[in-house]
Design a protein around this ligand. Sequence first.
Ligand code: GLN
Length: 210
Amino acid sequence: TPTIGVLALQGDVREHAGALERAGARAVPVRRRSELAAVDGLVLPGGESTTIDKLLRIFELDEPLRTLVAGGLPVYGSCAGMILLADHIEAGIEGQRTLGGMDVVVRRNAFGRQVDSFEADLDVAGISDQPGGAPVRTVFIRAPWIEQAGPGVEVLARIPARATDGSPVRVGAGKIVAARQGRLLATSFHPEITGDARVHALFVRMVAAG
Ligand code: GLN
């Protein structure tokens, strides 16, 4: 059973831990550098990326995490966590840094005010394309999207042109909202709040594969 840490500075820590356990992992909160040594993988929950960036520096977790990511630690970032994994950020605040690791340009708060929050049923590669797999119900909360992805990035999901009810999607159609590069996984959405642990299970498989 892999042990997967959940960065516990801000965000849905308990929900991520629950989903990881349902997906067959052991989940532990991570707040200190010393706790990083005990994990086989790490989840970066959503929240406010600018705040998490500051807290990472205050708790002196930023440099150790950059080193671990560069060394191949599997990391899954959701929403603000996706921003933290991006090499480049658009619409960040001045001085905002990321951990980086994924060759993507991420746009913060990309969906704009009119669609602060929404849900969608998405086809996610590696999940809904499996035998018997259904689309993944996803929840977006002031979410980022991936504006550009380098050649080493595998696109797992995009915003469809039409919503589940058939109406055209006005903002973000075609934008990348789930991606993988090596041992890094990122989603714009929050899978921890829907009760569907399939995204976490995908990450647990990545961790277990070593
Ligand atoms: N808008 C937030 C940010 O920029 C992300 C929101 C979220 O994680 N739900 O960090």
